[in-house]
Design a protein around this ligand. Structure first.
Ligand code: XMP
Length: 512
């Protein structure tokens, strides 16, 4: 792999993704990892990420000189660039030449390995206080800005290079090209990481792990569990059994998507458990959001456990599939190969006598790669590009108690909103659009000749990168108008449609 050494800024994941976009496999490692451990992974190259504002700050991590003596091609970005300069005898100074944001870069060596073929003037993204004032001996300075004389350097003989700007961010015009020049030319890596190679590699790894044993998977209908299951199916076929718990809180058409489309695309063994009655009666009379969530979680475990016991009846099931993604692995501090002590908890705290080892075929992948793998495996786009939908489903989109009638009403309204958003081509633009029924609120309306006293439906379209923060999506008025007209005409009991114009924070995306 290419190792992206994380110096603690938020850029490491982005760099790792850009490297993979260049079709080169990358992994993120903490800067505290000993050089010997990094070398043990046989890195094709090492990229030092951005980090704290100053290499001179208290406790600022430095680059082990040993690392630069290993002969592994190395690329420094921002802080990593300065750290290389310091480690190899260049100078880095506190200057008043702080640069932040879009900056004009001037390439001073047109034949440089990093910049050849790119325009002499280009827009780059800067974010630094200190600056390299002299490159280490043997390095050629290849770019500058108005304020900074050394904005890039390289020593192709040693295969070490660096840039002061951030090539990984969108605002850097030719960032991807610069990164690829480093990977393909300075580090001499051939791009071989493709979706097909990911699938082949994972299939092999799953086979090696699972052998002739049997595997179980809880399908939710979401992207991650679907793609994970499809990969395992590809690897070990009928040794896999998927369990789908129908809790009756899905949106219109979602169960069919799992039971019909997913099965048709993968040929997976599917055990469907219709537990909607059980969930409804457990939720009877409950309106507090947290209580609802807890009840739904608890019932889910009960039902899945029962189903698992039936599948496990002959004691030959040893593995449980989980759709853990790479960002979760990185954020929980575990590199590749870390023990999965906590993961059992993630599947909802299965009881001790149901002990499974985990199969996590998406552990090294980012979300966009998971989608590509899904398409490669022949999953329908409707599954691969499904927007996020909470595990507790419509149960937390009815403000008030959950009843069969209310679910039906909300399902109808939601189906209309989704159909209109899809028809307007807005699916990829919005992150998700919860549709919420305010079951405890009623307002007066007039329809035909009569007075109505019905419930409002809330539309909550949001734009987001990762659901941690979000903004409300400015949907075109004509689309909103169509959704409103159709819902009030077609869904009995609803006489008002309102738009949620709150960002997150302060509002969460879901209402409960
Ligand atoms: P909030 O409402 O916290 O939601 O802004 C952030 C994102 O998480 C989704 N969400 C859930 N997903 N189980 C899930 O799998 C849950 O219990 C759950 N609650 C919220 C929500 O749809 C949004 O994408």
């Amino acid at each position: 792999p290419v190792l992206v050494v994380d110096f603690g800024a938020q850029y490491a994941q982005l760099i790792a993704r850009r490297v993979r976009e260049a079709r080169v496999y990358s992994e993120i490692v903490p800067h505290t990892m000993p050089v010997a451990d990094m070398l043990a992974r046989q890195p094709a190259a090492i990229i030092l990420s951005g980090g704290p504002s100053s290499v001179y700050a208290d406790g600022a991590p430095s680059v082990d000189r040993e690392l630069l003596a290993t002969g592994v091609p190395t690329f420094g970005i921002c802080y990593g660039f300065q750290a290389i300069a310091l480690a190899l005898g260049g100078t880095v100074a506190h200057t008043d030449s702080r640069e932040y944001g879009r900056t004009e870069l001037k390439v001073t060596a047109a034949d440089s390995a990093l910049f050849h073929g790119l325009p002499a003037g280009q827009s780059v993204w800067m974010s630094h206080g200190d600056a390299v004032t002299a490159a280490p001996a043997g390095f050629r300075v290849t770019a500058a800005t108005d304020r900074v004389p050394v904005a890039a350097f390289e020593d192709t003989a040693r295969a070490v290079a660096g840039v002061q700007f951030h090539p990984e961010v969108m605002h850097t015009e030719h960032g991807q090209a610069v990164l690829e020049h480093f990977l393909y030319e300075v580090a001499d890596i051939r791009p071989q990481w493709t979706t097909a190679s990911i699938v082949a590699e994972q299939v092999e790894a799953i086979r090696a792990q699972v052998g002739g044993k049997r595997v179980i998977c809880a399908l939710s209908g979401g992207v991650d569990s679907s793609v994970a299951a499809a990969l395992v199916q590809q690897a070990v076929g009928d040794q896999l059994t998927c369990v789908y718990v129908d809790h009756g809180l899905q949106r219109s058409g979602e169960s069919e998507q799992v039971e019909r489309d997913f099965v048709a695309a993968t040929g997976v063994n599917l055990k469907v458990v219709d537990a909607s009655e059980q969930f409804l009666s457990a939720l009877d009379g409950v309106s507090d959001p947290e209580t609802k969530r807890k009840i739904i979680g608890r019932e889910f475990i009960r039902v899945f456990e029962q189903a698992a016991r039936e599948v496990v009846a002959d004691d030959s099931v040893d593995f449980l599939v989980q759709g853990t993604l790479y960002p979760d692995v990185v954020e929980s501090g575990g590199g590749a190969g870390t023990a999965n002590i906590k993961s059992h908890h993630n599947v909802g705290g299965l009881p001790d006598d149901l002990q499974f080892a985990l199969v996590e075929p998406l552990r090294t992948l980012f979300k966009d790669e998971v989608r590509k793998v899904g398409l490669e495996l022949g999953l329908p786009e409707a599954i691969v590009y499904r927007q996020p939908f909470p595990g507790p489903g419509l149960g937390i989109r009815i403000v008030g108690c959950v009843t069969a009638e209310r679910l039906e009403l909300l399902r109808a309204a939601d189906a209309i909103a989704r159909a209109e958003l899809t028809a307007a081509g807005l699916d990829r633009e919005i992150w998700q659009c919860p549709v919420v029924l305010l079951a405890d609120v009623r307002s007066v309306g007039v329809q035909g000749d009569g007075r109505t006293y019905g419930h409002p439906i809330v539309l909550r379209p949001v734009s987001s990168e990762d659901a941690m923060t979000a903004d409300w999506t400015r949907l075109p008025y004509d689309v909103l108008a169509r959704i409103s007209t159709r819902i009030t005409n077609e869904v009995p009991g609803v006489n008002r449609v309102v738009l949620d114009v709150t960002s997150k924070p302060p509002g969460t995306i879901e209402w409960e």
